[in-house]
Design a protein around this ligand. Structure first.
Ligand code: 2PG
Ligand code: MG
Length: 416
């Protein structure tokens, strides 16, 4: 049966703030009296192959472009025709990487059209997302950053960007969400006891940012997780540590420049010593061979590509052919449109690669990411643990669980 067709009747764009207080963009699309709003997050440790978040002139320029050239071309379009909307965004931009209109504007329009279409079709957003992707919807496992350093924190914090935890073997979304929160809460107490003079300061994602090195950070996270059934992960964000001129990894906290081999050894020792099962971006973004080496060294480790593949289907194919990843990060504003994010998710599915649907370090309270994670069949949702903009994603997961319950299946962490 042909579906009813809908029409975008108007649209608006604004400059709003993200959780770092930086300017970003929010878009509202209307279909008569029905409207939907979406806003875009911003990353700090960005891959060089990502879409450019804003054109020259920043978020204000994106608003101008929306008002002058995009709004008129969106009016009359069907918001349920996602490929049509996303093709239009590429046409108006005309560059390879959204440098003209900004990847964040593209993402906000693209996500907004998913939301508006879902409302008009009277479907949950996750359901419409799953229909668009053709992937089986699931409740993802929350993968949460509880302690962090690198580009997301100040001087003295660990070199590794994120120390992550995730619940294993849970029977409900409620339980899953609470486990990470409990680790974060206990960690605050462990650090207050162990790290003299530390007042509990946090980094950009609400993770604790104490003045300790990577080893001490892991010891504290382990202690905070005692008697809880959790797995451990790292986001090394190695491109942020890499000095391309010296060809070395610069560990500021340890005051050391490590060669590629020494860096590999450091990461390998942490994986072994602390029973880590997930490592994101262990090498800088061009060193696909480094990723592959780590995969060979640890046959079960979930080696995950973020800056390496930047949510692009063709890069996921390349990394998979090199046997360099067992998981990939999906951040829709890295590529700019929902259609391209779906392509990336499908490429990963085809190749048996785990999908990790992820927030950015600068976030808004938009909870679309949760619907995206369910509708892309994500094994994990990486959305932080503490702070309103992170909790917004967890709360949406809870709401969907309360409403849809067992009609969506629960992911298991048992394969890791
Ligand atoms: C990452 C992200 C999110 P950013 O590296 O995975 O945690 O950071 O948004 O700064 O790229
Ligand atoms: Mg990352």
């Amino acid at each position: 049966m042909a579906r009813e067709s809908f029409t975008i009747t108007d649209g608006e764009a604004w400059v709003v703030l993200d959780s770092r207080g930086s300017e970003t963009i929010e878009v509202t699309l209307y279909s008569g009296k029905v409207s939907a709003t979406a806003s875009a997050p911003s990353g700090k440790s960005r891959g060089s192959r990502e879409a450019v978040p804003f054109p020259e002139g920043g978020a204000k320029q994106s608003v101008k472009i929306f008002t002058d050239s995009l709004r008129g071309r969106l009016v009359g379009r069907d918001p349920a025709d996602q490929t049509g909307i996303d093709t239009l965004l590429k046409e108006v931009d005309g560059s390879e990487n959204f440098s003209k209109i900004g990847g964040n504007l593209a993402y906000a329009v693209s996500a907004c059209s998913v939301k508006l279409a879902a409302m008009l079709m009277q479907k949950p957003i996750w359901r419409h997302m799953a229909d668009l992707s053709g992937l089986a919807p699931v409740y993802p496992i929350p993968l949460g950053n509880v302690l962090g350093g690198g580009a997301h924190a100040g001087e003295g914090a660990p070199d590794i960007q994120e120390f992550l935890v995730f619940p294993r073997r849970v029977r409900s979304v409620e339980e899953a969400v609470k486990v990470n929160v409990e680790v974060h809460r206990r960690l605050g107490k462990v650090l207050a006891k162990k790290v003299g003079g530390y007042g509990g300061g946090k980094g950009d994602e609400g993770a604790y940012a104490p003045p300790v090195d990577d080893e001490k950070a892991l010891q504290a996270v382990k202690e905070a997780s005692e008697r809880l059934d959790v797995g451990f992960g790292l986001d090394v964000a190695a491109s942020s540590l890499y000095d391309a001129y010296q060809k070395k990894y610069h560990y500021r906290n340890r005051g050391k420049h490590l060669t590629r081999e020494q860096h590999m050894q450091h990461i390998s020792e942490l994986v072994e010593r602390y029973g880590i099962s997930y490592v994101e971006d262990p090498f800088e973004e061009t060193d696909v061979e480094g990723f592959a080496e780590l995969c060979r060294a640890f046959p079960k480790l979930l080696v995950c590509g973020d800056d390496l593949v930047v949510t692009r289907a063709e890069l996921i194919r390349w990394a998979s052919e090199k046997r360099a990843v067992r998981a990939v990060i999906l951040k829709p504003n890295q590529v700019g449109t929902i259609t391209d994010t779906v392509e990336a998710a499908k490429e990963a599915e085809k190749r048996g690669i785990v999908r990790v649907v992820s927030h950015r370090s600068g976030e808004t309270c938009d909870s679309f990411l949760t619907h995206l994670a369910i509708g892309l069949g994500g094994k994990f949702i990486k959305a932080g643990v503490a702070g309103g903009e992170r909790v917004a994603k967890a709360n949406e997961l809870l709401r969907i669980w309360y409403k849809a319950g067992g009609s969506i299946s629960l992911q298991e962490a048992d394969v890791i």
